[in-house]
Design a binder for this molecule. Sequence first.
Ligand code: GLA
Length: 724
Amino acid sequence: MAISFDASKKIFKLDTSDTTYALAVHEAGYLFHLYYGPYLPDNNLLPMLFRGGFASFHPNYPNYVNTPYSPDITPSEYSCNGTGDFRISALQIRNVNGDISTDIRYVSHRILTEKPALCGLPSLRSEAGDTETLEITARDHTTGAVVKLYYTVYLQLPVMTRSVVVENDSQYPMDLERVYSTCLELPGMDYDMVHLYGQWFKERTVTERPLAHGMQSIQSKRGSSSHNHNPFVALKQHGTTEENGPVYGINLIYSGNFAIDIEVDARNTARVLAGINPTDFNWHLEPGESFTSPEAVMVFTDKGVGEMSRIFHRTYMKHLIKSPWRDVERPVLINSWEAAYFDFDDDKLVAFAHEAAKMGVDMLVMDDGWFGVRNLDNCSLGDWYVNEKKLKGGLSKLIERVNAEGLKFGIWYEPEMISPDSDLYRAHPDWCLHVKGRENSPARLQYVLDMSREDVRDNIFNQMSAVLANNKIDYVKWDFNRNLTEAGSALLPANRQKEIMHRFVLGTYDLMNRFVTAFPHILFENCSGGGGRFDPGMLYYSPQIWCSDNTDAIERLTIQFGSSMCYPVSTFGAHVAARPRTPLSTRANVAMCGTFGYELDPRKLTEDEKEQVRAQIADYRKYNKLIREGDLYRLIAPTEDHFRCAWQFVSPDKQEALVTSVIMRRPETAYFMLKLRGLDPNKMYTDTATGEVYSGALLMYAGINLTEQIYDDGESIVKYFKAE
Ligand code: GLA
């Protein structure tokens, strides 16, 4: 059984295939965290609780003779504010009298074999029998808040999820000021905090720093998960490497303002919280109402950062990415953006399709600029009707012509945005987020729609549906090109205005859900000025996300490596662009570590380049299953060695391996041995290019010598090994 309760010791144990998570109920009902780490067979965990006496001016509870307890040093399962635990709190409720002391005590629990859905929020999916969920009900007896803590364990994977529901079971309103999704207590501080920072054009760059006493935190206040920080943190024990050692990974399934906060105290213990950012947040609960937190995904492994990533990848491929997309080859597409920007018409697009079809491309995507009167980025967002001056004969006619060339058709939208210069804005100036009396900040000359409003969502749904339902559209690129400012809603009362950041995300999820339900055949690709909303919340609805507007193959290495910390490569929108700093072959080899496509004017390719593209697309089809379903090994990170970068996919049965290596900057004295990973040492593998046969042992322990095979900066090599 994955979840068990020892009634005599009052200990819950949550076991996955390789891990144990444990918590205890104190005699007064407090919930204490006991352990998270490698699997433990026994229940003798209570001694872990005691962290010594002499906390600073701490409240004492001398009456609890069996379990002496100071809230300020005891590991809490879900820390509360204002009642003696002075470290960061996961929960803070302001009651009707205005005070913010919060204290929850165990009431009851249930073990569920079906994973409950999260109201209005994306979460990991489950299939019959592959999960168990513990629901612990606790209560704050003073405020009447009922707090339900949810823990789901996956039976086949070392992964668990946590989320929280707070219900107002009192006669008075209350305000939730902090409701984190998870609280994890580590009994040490000998960890490095790995996280992904960046900006537009430089998303998800891996960085790490040792935990230090006091607070460390990453967060977004931008209304989206953001280019700047990703809702992901790994805590690796000092000395942990890519393939060895203990590491915890936490990723929040959320696309809005988030915070991952870590506080280290004087006893060198670390408390980790992940959830909605309490800054700019408040949720008002009337009697009988409830609030649901986003879901946090937690992974532990003692096999290094690479294995942590592979566990996330397997989990997301199986339980996050929507069927059928997780199991199928994605179309090779050609996107009009970098090829034409706003300068296109029907004939130009058909000409793109004509050339692309000859090279084996599957789909043409018409990017920004097809609607309203949009010829620049200064107007028409919100006016989702076809610009027939550009697309003469209308959209159906264009799609017919593209289809006649043998290509499917995709289209671009930015549903959550509105241009001040648009019919929609002129008709409904109060439909954008705004604050009465304050001028709206323009960003990319556009405002943000108030997605918390049902009438706004209905309007956008109806406009877009009219296009999607009446035309043969196979793909939608859903963009989001600015962050939220002056975030007020015309409909919310004053005491609910601080709900808008979260309501905005809920509204977006609702709209996305309506689309994926109404148009299940459409492949949705998410985008936010590249990867400004690359998070598991978005992946729940759209199986792929445009990784970055930066399509330079060398810079993409860092972005794609960082993204692979927790996201599977099948979710990376990656295209070959007209950026000649690297050879066409390298641009393709890098884009193949993702969903493959082109972002260039195919008419401008030489005959030789067209031939290369044909071969690249054939390779994509040959290797796609291995790349999509295989295990990723990051052999050499671009940030680790400024000379080269390398990665490898191994099929689950270890029969095939695909190795790619890119030379970023080649020293004259280069010597390049590359050791592979994840193979069967006893299998014999053929290098399919040379016919040479090597044991898995040789490839992993001695390595392949690439010294003579790569000469210049920007060159790359791909090797495919097949076991006999
Ligand atoms: C964003 C996207 C680009 C493109 C433009 C269109 O920047 O990331 O790929 O779609 O918008 O305006």
